[in-house]
Design a binder for this molecule. Sequence first.
Ligand SMILES: NC(=O)c1ccc[n+]([C@@H]2O[C@H](COP(=O)([O-])OP(=O)(O)OC[C@H]3O[C@@H](n4cnc5c(N)ncnc54)[C@H](OP(=O)(O)O)[C@@H]3O)[C@@H](O)[C@H]2O)c1
Length: 224
Amino acid sequence: MMNRTLLITGASTGIGAATARAATKAGWNVALLARSADKLEALADELGTMALAVPCDATDRDAVKEAVSTVTDHFGGLHAVFANAGKGVDNPGVEKGDPAEWHDMIHVNIMHVLYTAHETLPHLRKTKGMFIVTGSKAGRDHMKGSIYGATKWFVQGFAGNLAEEMREWGGRCTVITPGMVDTPFFDEGKPTKLQAEDIADAVVFALEQRDTSCVREIHLMPND
Ligand SMILES: NC(=O)c1ccc[n+]([C@@H]2O[C@H](COP(=O)([O-])OP(=O)(O)OC[C@H]3O[C@@H](n4cnc5c(N)ncnc54)[C@H](OP(=O)(O)O)[C@@H]3O)[C@@H](O)[C@H]2O)c1
């Protein structure tokens, strides 16, 4: 069988890069999207012909559209998407928060997910494909003044609604909701927390389900 193709946003570091490595091991082609072209090229070199680096700002709707068409032209189709790009803020809380930071974060954490879904669904429909999105524990629990958490509550709600839309044509949607993961999301290492590879394995588990099963959510917590 021809390799299936997975498009990953936020593929330059952390969870996205680990998922690219795990997915190629499981036989998937991977399209790597993020802004850092140098990191994407290095990862694509490491992974070989199964990988394609497609530098793109995921908050730019035209750039996402162009990236999706580059990917489908290159690999001949699209079977799954992992909408994983995301960011936090430096200034936590509402009263002490910075609305300019909220604006940028909402564009990445919410609008990029919507743009990516809008541009990829026509391709996923053709393959009865899968849309996987990175939510968070912060999108299932209430955290003091967290606007970041509120963006992930959006993702949690959206993923369920998209699952209902996609099932009309045999498509599937999964939200991955980790607690703390040791990635460049944090300035300092978190060796006892979840590792990016833990999340990558969960994504591959969702990808490898039989057609009869839709994993709607995978919630992982650090075991410390
Ligand atoms: N680490 C945690 O504890 C944790 C827990 C739960 C959920 N999450 C979620 O997991 C996802 C991945 O985060 P991570 O922990 O792996 O952190 P990370 O290493 O900082 O990765 C974030 C990724 O998003 C990309 N990105 C950010 N802004 C972008 C933009 N405008 N356009 C395109 N790509 C953009 C970054 O690439 P460039 O900078 O190269 O563009 C990078 O590849 C995020 O959605 C995060 O909210 C993280």
